[in-house]
Design a protein around this ligand. Structure first.
Ligand code: IPM
Ligand code: MG
Length: 372
């Protein structure tokens, strides 16, 4: 039997606890894996000036998939915040390791299923079943940013862009520029992934989310490429909507939507909205998927105030583990795992604090494992 190599990346705060709970479940289904611990997170930034040490990148080069807990991306709020100025003086600037991982490994698909499991008291509506495809490497997440703005850049912008005129004479430290970079290839491959997935899963409709009426270059290109892709999938209904209107319509008529595909930042926003409609942070799971590697994670953060309390809901992470199994081709195990989660939710006997109960992270993990 094949033994998978899985990178085990707990990260910070409650990331450690939710991964422990996921392990109870994975061990129960006898998933044949060797788990390899990887260092990642705030602690390594403090100690080594790098939240994603090179040894972790090396590790990820040699695994089949990774399960990731959470990391803190706003270090100023944490313990050791006093170290921040000193580290910055040494030339270190903190960039979220998960965003870097997505870019380093070209994990261009961010897949975020949001399903209302019957019996979850947090469901906005019981019938919701939305799947978000978020572009994961470009857009406002490209990391191409300037503050203060160098004179050369201001000159070029002044020469090439009329709307830049009002900013032209500002001193460089009086404004900032963050580049939203959308490529034709990047827009093509994420929308193709969404339509392919819809086809494989018998889904009826894909909605392209954008703001092309205002962001005419970047989102205009995204929309154009998405429409070209849609033409290759005549059996799937194609729909498109502006991100702002989309948030209203999603709340009003969630049943009108099925698969959503969006550039990075809109995908980030809309996936939180969709996750909240099916229970919020304790239920939002995510797959960062490239052509070789998949890194699976709950979408919640490290929740420093809950760290060590074993209080948070591990279902998001357990569903992320389910996505990992699916991606590895272990469909039977994935289905069994999802079935166990659904049963525990439906019975309602074990509930973490977010669901109105008082069971711990590990009690929830154990209850799910016991259904397997
Ligand atoms: C997410 C998160 C991350 C993001 C943060 C932690 C950098 O919000 O995965 O949705 O913005 O992508
Ligand atoms: Mg987010």
């Amino acid at each position: 039997m094949k033994k998978y190599k899985i990178a085990w990346l707990p990260g910070d705060g409650v990331g450690v606890e939710v991964l422990e709970a996921a392990r109870l479940v994975l061990d129960r289904i006898s998933f044949p894996a060797e788990y390899l611990h990887g260092d990642i997170g705030w602690e390594f930034w403090c100690r080594e000036g790098d939240a994603l040490p090179a040894r972790t990148v090396d590790l990820l080069q040699n695994v089949d998939a990774a399960l990731f807990g959470a990391i803190t991306s706003k270090p100023a709020k944490l313990a050791h915040a006093e170290l921040l100025p000193a580290l910055q003086n040494r030339g270190f600037s903190y960039r979220s390791p998960i965003v870097r991982l997505r870019q380093v490994f070209d994990l261009y698909i961010c897949l975020r299923p949001c399903k209302a499991y019957p019996g979850n008291p947090l469901n906005f509506r019981d019938s919701i079943d939305l799947t978000v495809f978020r572009e994961n490497t470009e857009d406002l997440y490209s990391g191409v940013e300037f503050y203060p703005v160098p004179e050369e850049l201001s000159e070029v912008l002044g020469r090439c862009s009329k709307p830049f005129e009002p900013f032209r004479h500002l001193p460089g430290d009086q404004y900032a520029v963050s580049c939203k970079i959308n490529t034709a290839a990047g827009s093509e491959r994420i929308t193709a992934a969404a339509f392919e997935w819809a086809r494989q899963h018998g889904r009826r409709k894909v909605t392209i989310v954008h703001k092309a009426n205002v962001v005419r270059a970047g989102d205009g290109l995204f929309l154009e490429k998405a429409q070209q892709v849609a033409a290759r999938f005549p059996e799937i209904q194609m729909d498109e909507a502006n991100i702002d209107a989309m948030t209203m319509w999603l709340l009003k008529n969630p049943g009108n939507y099925d698969v959503l595909v969006a550039p990075n930042l809109y995908g980030d926003i809309i996936s939180d909205l969709c996750a909240q409609m099916v229970g919020g942070l304790g239920f939002g799971c995510s797959g960062n998927i490239g052509s070789r590697l998949g890194v699976f994670e709950p979408t919640h953060g490290s929740a420093p105030k809950y760290a060590g309390l074993y209080k948070v809901n591990p279902i998001a992470t357990i569903l992320a583990a389910k996505m990992m199994l699916e991606w590895l081709g272990e469909q039977e195990k994935a289905q069994a795992l999802e079935g166990a989660v659904a049963e525990v939710i439906r019975e309602g006997a074990i509930r973490t604090y977010d669901m109105g109960g008082s069971h711990t992270t590990l009690e929830m993990g154990q209850a799910i494992a016991d259904k397997l």
